[in-house]
Design a binder for this molecule. Structure first.
Ligand code: PLP
Length: 447
């Protein structure tokens, strides 16, 4: 642990353990600033608090923010002051997550109304605010290093834009990111610096890893990551499950929630909500042909595989990093996990077909990721006629995957205003050779 981290006067209650070693316990601050445990395990709350049944019953009367204060307050009450919890929630929940009924008993939870049009905006905004709260009173700035092939860079850049005490350095492969994605993290300026690397995504990722492993560098600089395994990005995602539940019409049917998944952080946050007391009967883990988790749920051993490219490319993950977090949420009970979570997977042809059908039947435009969530839900409901009301998570705006959606549906999509705004911005980047020594010099010069 670096000196800067030790010298702060933040609370030192140990609230998180590593999935690789339950005896390795750390404070909220250390879990957030470290991201991944030193033993490469994932941090998990030592105790998952239960919400009262009164709270669950009064959910329909509460606003999204009021739900947020209670849930985050319950999770972090001995680690953050009430004013900090309020500031965190207020900063995060600045856009809605509407529930849209697309056919009887089937709802789309639209998580794409944030600045970069994907659900990752929730986690990125919460993470940035929490880091700045935890860094208050620490003279040193924290540097967030991000390697991106597109989506993570845009969500993190926008979430962390102008966050006091935090600088963001994004490495991305030159010429390998769509213009729209590039504009979302290269036009902001301020505390966001984009490095255009003469290499591929793996080179960017390797340089970031080398920096985290560089002991001499870490003595001087406070480096951290904001990837999806960080609890500060993971935990806040439970909020929109509570919100979805609160907005569903009253029914005597059971509730199934389908989550289109890649790294499985989003599904894990849903399970966290359920473990805290939210009445969700069944989760549906829906993937593209990167099917290692559905395969596990059907009774096979968990076995990572190389990833396969698909039209739902934000879910092209062969080694889902949150898998052991899901297992931990079920107390490492594989039978319970398989009972509560049902796995489905679909190929690109299935995905395109359901996008076309849905558009023809209801006029609703699914993005390729949400389409996979919807398909999982539809198949599950067919196996249990009339038993369930279902929600699927629509994780991105169709305009974010304009090329695929336009080709599949044979139409022209209008980009939302906020994306158009990015396109007008001026790209500012620093060129970087594919060379760790040069990256290191850059980081030191910024100190
Ligand atoms: C990141 C992403 C996913 C996958 O979410 P996980 O939490 O990694 O499972 C799904 N859809 C979209 C649009 C994404 O950007």
């Amino acid at each position: 642990m670096t000196k800067a981290l030790m010298s702060s006067n933040q609370t030192t209650v140990m609230n998180f353990y590593s999935t690789n070693n339950p005896k390795h316990q750390v404070s909220l601050k250390e879990a957030v600033i470290k991201g991944l445990a030193p033993d490469q395990g994932l941090y998990m709350p030592i105790k998952i608090p239960k919400l009262s049944s009164e709270f669950i019953q009064k959910l329909p009367d509460l606003s999204f923010k009021e739900i947020g204060y209670e849930v985050i307050g319950t999770l972090f009450e001995d680690q953050l002051a009430p004013s900090q919890i309020k500031a965190l929630v207020d900063h995060t929940l600045v856009f809605d997550a509407p529930l849209v009924e697309i056919e009887e008993g089937t709802y789309s939870l639209e998580l794409f109304h944030g600045p970069t049009l994907a659900f990752k905006d929730f986690g990125a905004r919460f993470c940035s605010k929490l880091m700045s709260i935890l860094m208050e009173g620490t003279p040193q700035k924290v540097k967030v290093l991000v390697a991106t092939s597109g989506d993570t860079g845009s969500a993190v850049a926008n979430g962390f834009y102008k966050t006091p005490g935090v600088e963001v350095i994004i490495l991305y492969p030159k010429g390998k990111v769509s213009e729209l994605q590039e504009k979302q993290f290269t036009t902001l300026g301020e505390n966001i610096t984009a490095l255009e690397v003469d290499g591929v995504f793996d080179d960017c990722q390797r340089m970031v890893k080398d920096a985290f492993l560089d002991q001499a560098l870490n003595e001087k600089l406070l480096l951290t990551s904001a990837n999806s395994i960080n609890i500060a990005r993971w935990i806040p995602q439970c909020l929109y499950y509570f919100y979805a539940y609160s907005r569903l019409p009253k029914t005597s049917k059971k509730l199934a929630i389908a989550v289109p998944s890649g790294n499985f952080g989003n599904l894990g946050a849903g399970i966290l909500a359920e473990r805290m007391g939210l009445p969700i009967d069944t989760f549906i883990a829906s993937t593209n042909v990167n099917r290692v988790v559905p395969d596990f749920l059907h009774g096979n051993q968990f076995q990572s595989k190389p990833s396969i490219a698909t039209i739902s490319n934000s879910m092209d993950v062969g080694n889902p990093s949150n898998f052991y977090r899901l297992l931990a949420l079920y107390d490492n009970d594989e039978a319970l996990f398989r009972e509560k979570v049902k796995g489905f997977y679909f190929d690109d042809a299935d995905t395109a077909k359901v996008m076309i059908q849905t558009y023809q039947q209801s006029g609703y435009i699914l993005d390729p990721h949400g389409a996979i969530g919807y398909l999982g839900l539809r198949n599950f409901k067919k196996q249990h006629p009339d038993e369930y009301v279902g929600v699927f998570l629509e994780t991105a705006h169709p305009g974010k995957f304009k090329n695929v959606v336009e080709e599949v549906l044979n139409l022209k999509l209008e980009l939302p205003e906020r994306l158009e705004q990015f396109m007008k911005g001026e790209k500012k980047t620093i060129a970087l050779k594919n060379d760790y020594a040069e990256f290191r010099r850059f980081l030191e010069s910024k100190n």
